[in-house]
Ligand binder design. Structure first.
Ligand code: NAP
Length: 749
């Protein structure tokens, strides 16, 4: 058997926390021997009976002899006395740690005993896990599973000691974080100590009322949830409030200030500001949940959500409304925020990306109501009204938000930083930073390769430029034009090929004069936007999966309603038509400055391979993964060129698609700026094209949804890994796809 992590572990104190850790050490066989010392003999006897320790000692000094790990799992106020007692008996290089809820006072206690030269094995710690009950019987082996444990190594702490403690807590299936002592006490004052203080306070306030019985009898669930933690051990909280006095009093000050703001808004019946505050808090709660929940999904080697699509003869029919256009949703918030007056948005895409934009503007002081069933009301603050955000703006997975906001933030009076998730953090940002610098912006891409975080120094006077875009990019064009709103004189962008013009259209809808002459778009800074109503059209990029699904399935008949058919986005329609798809655009109309229509597509003939027209490439850039599936089902070869941009999207879409197609039996060759796909279709033959297989989506939603559609023509199961991101852009995808006739099952980790 391999050596256990420790020879002898000595617990001083063996209540809820100590005995839970002892249970882990026993279960995982991490120590040859476990001993303890507690105040009462009874605890030691019980611990022996429970099989947690081999020996119990009346005094700590007896327990620690020859121990290579000592865990102080007792009230923090007892720390100094215990350290004084054990000091003469400590083995060389013994690791000494604790589990106390405050850290500054534990370090002070250690310094009072050892002086500044603390033992190198001394590494304070704090598991952020607990329960209302205490004592040796309350301990649980899984108390720390999926909880955080904060270690606060000191300058004197040895790396090997920290490393061994990380191993110990990892065995308890906890997530270990290292943090500075002061930071720990500040963070915990806000996130744990203040909420406990408030819970005790509220229960006390109500208990002191004469009608207290009625109040508690009729208490609603909210009160029970909120006051649950007031059932915790009073002695422990008494100790914590004193031990972390300064940080807690600061947190209480902040609470009182915020409470007085809320009081004032209610007293003055300031409806807009109150809705703004409550909406901001609600969104922040959801946003943080999301950020925290999402993190592990992006980590390597983690089990993630997967789709499984089963083979079998399929139909694909129905009338569907796919979610709102993401590009338009983003812009409706951005422009509504800097407009004068109120903007109402309907059909807003409540996906994570657009919500990240929404949150960013709330963080910059804009009062926004909703989204509720796709409706959002934005109370614009005008061109000069944005306020400095309290911390970095988190853009999640949204490249659009980061590039467009780079332009807007470069023109503000305040400094700002934008961060993103693992995938966004790899995407190039220099392409927008460079032209903005030419306008006078102080902007840095602080990631390794010109990647996020993006850091902007405010108060720069921007001047208009004439910029020739080196590559077609609607995001870069928009970022420059948005900076141009605040710049002196004219800002113009000339694009090599036309790209999406949602920014230009929507600026005009907000009353801003934007000129388009050929490939040159220009505006003059210093104007203003006026709030308006925006109807967000259904997203053609989302509709594209269903268009392809219908085009490759025999007898399919699908209508996609009110889809945005902005001419800069309709490449997918044009390409599918050129491939021979039976597709008609019906009921064309205009909504909120954008053209929309119903798209009717049938599976009536076999598609044919084509050389995709290069002039359509920028107009279909997001739809290529879906079009590659269509190409695999077509008769003959399909060649794509001039699409290098695809390699720097959420994933390298050329490579990732090629890998997946090959796994499913399709002969294809990725090239520098495109792909060659040998279609397996035969005229009039609707049999299976794909063999099935395991596909890695690299957390790219469009890859996942494209391969899902391959399930309409597969002979074997298709399993797609890393599909969580689908919910971001197309929350109803699986539901609609199954309604239409795909046999898609979702497996959550
Ligand atoms: P607990 O269940 O009450 O256990 C405390 C243990 O310490 C008992 O074994 C007790 O001995 C012993 N003890 C108490 N006073 C002592 C003294 N003066 N000298 C020697 N031993 C003494 O408490 P716990 O919940 O495990 O808390 C222990 C530590 O964990 C505290 O510092 C607390 O801040 C921290 N913590 C608690 C939670 C939580 O939710 N409870 C969460 C995170 C961290 P007897 O058994 O003989 O009484």
């Amino acid at each position: 058997m391999s050596q256990p992590l420790f020879k002898k572990v000595a617990f001083i104190g063996l209540g809820l926390i100590g005995s839970s850790l002892a249970r882990v050490i026993v279960a995982e066989q991490l120590a040859a021997q476990i001993v303890a010392s507690t105040r009462s003999k009874k605890t030691l006897e019980d611990a022996k009976a429970l099989g947690l320790i081999q020996h119990g000692y009346a005094t700590p000094e007896e327990a620690v002899q020859d121990a290579d790990l000592i865990v102080l799992a007792l009230p923090v106020r007892a720390t100094q006395k215990v350290l004084e007692q054990i000091k003469p008996y400590l083995a060389d290089n013994a690791i000494i740690t604790d589990v106390g809820s405050t850290k500054g006072n534990v370090v002070e206690a250690a310094k009072a005993v050892f002086g500044e030269n603390l033992p190198i094995g001394f590494v304070p710690g704090h598991p952020i896990a607990g329960a209302e009950h205490t004592g040796v019987h309350a301990g649980k082996v899984d108390l720390f599973v999926n909880h955080k444990v904060i270690l606060t190594p000191l300058p004197t702490s040895a790396d090997w000691a920290v490393e061994k403690l990380i191993q110990l807590w990892s065995a308890a299936k906890a997530e270990v974080i290292c943090m500075d002592v002061t930071k720990h006490d500040e963070v915990l004052a806000h996130t744990s100590h203040l909420p406990h203080l408030m819970a005790f306070n509220l229960v006390e306030q109500l208990a002191n009322r004469e009608d207290n019985l009625d109040i508690f009898r009729y208490a609603a669930g909210g009160f029970r949830d909120f006051s649950r933690i007031a059932a915790s051990d009073p002695q422990m909280w008494h100790d914590i409030f004193f031990a972390n006095k300064t940080a807690i009093l600061n947190a209480v000050d902040g609470f009182e200030q915020q409470l007085s703001v809320l009081k004032k808004l209610i007293a003055q019946e300031d409806s807009q500001a109150l809705m703004g505050l409550l909406g901001h808090a609600q969104a922040a709660r959801q946003h943080f949940n999301h950020m925290l929940a999402k993190k592990p999904l992006m980590e390597k080697n983690k089990v993630t959500q997967q789709f499984t699509i089963l083979p079998g003869k399929k139909t694909f029919t129905g009338k569907f409304t796919v979610p709102g256009d993401k590009s338009v949703s983003h812009r409706s918030i951005m422009f509504g925020a800097i407009a004068e007056g109120t903007t109402h948005v309907t059909g807003f895409l409540e996906g994570e990306d657009a919500l990240a934009t929404l949150q960013a503007f709330r963080d910059m002081g804009v009062s926004i109501e909703g989204p509720k069933n796709g409706e959002v009301t934005i109370h614009g603050v005008g061109m000069q009204g944005l306020k400095a955000p309290a911390s970095a703006l988190y853009m999640g997975n949204s490249g659009t938000s980061m590039r467009l906001l780079s332009g807007m933030l470069s023109a503000q009076k305040f400094d700002s930083v934008m961060t993103g998730d693992a995938s966004l953090s790899k995407r190039p940002m220099e392409r927008i930073a460079k032209p903005l610098r030419e306008m006078g912006a102080l902007i840095q891409t602080t990631g390794e390769k010109g990647t996020p975080p993006v850091s902007i120094t405010g108060s720069q006077a921007l001047k208009g430029i004439q910029y020739d875009l080196p590559m077609a990019s609607a995001q870069v064009k928009s970022g420059i034009l948005l900076a141009g709103l605040w710049a002196a004189g004219e800002t113009s962008v000339t694009e090599p090929e036309p790209t999406r013009d949602h920014t230009e259209r929507m600026l005009r809808a907000f009353g801003y004069d934007v000129k388009t002459e050929g490939n040159k778009i220009s505006l003059i800074g210093g104007g203003k936007l006026v709030g308006t109503d925006i109807q967000v059209p259904s997203d053609i990029s989302s509709a594209a999966f269903f268009m392809v699904g219908a085009a490759i399935t025999e007898g399919a008949d699908v209508i996609l309603e009110a889809v945005g058919i902005n001419p800069t986005r309709t490449g997918v329609i044009e390409i599918l038509k050129q491939m021979g798809a039976d597709l008609t655009v019906e009921n064309e109309r205009i909504a909120g400055g954008e053209p929309i229509a119903d798209i009717h597509i049938k599976g009536s003939r076999t598609l044919k391979g084509i050389h995709m027209p290069e002039d359509q490439v920028p107009l279909a850039i997001d739809e290529f993964p879906a079009l590659f599936i269509a190409a695999a089902c077509a008769e003959g070869q399909t060649v794509l060129t001039g699409a290098a941009e695809l390699r720097v999207k959420e994933s390298d879409r050329i490579q990732v698609m090629a890998d997946g197609l090959k796994i499913m039996g399709i002969d294809c060759t990725p090239t520098e700026d495109g792909i060659i796909i040998e279609g397996k279709g035969k005229s009039g033959d609707w049999s299976a094209i794909f063999t099935g297989g395991e596909i890695e989506s690299h957390h790219d939603h469009r890859i996942a949804m494209s391969f899902s559609m391959a399930g309409l023509r597969t002979s074997g199961n298709i399993t797609i890994h890393g599909t969580e991101t689908v919910a971001t852009s197309f929350p109803t995808f699986t539901e609609l796809a199954n309604t239409a006739g795909l046999d898609l099952q979702v497996m959550n980790p």
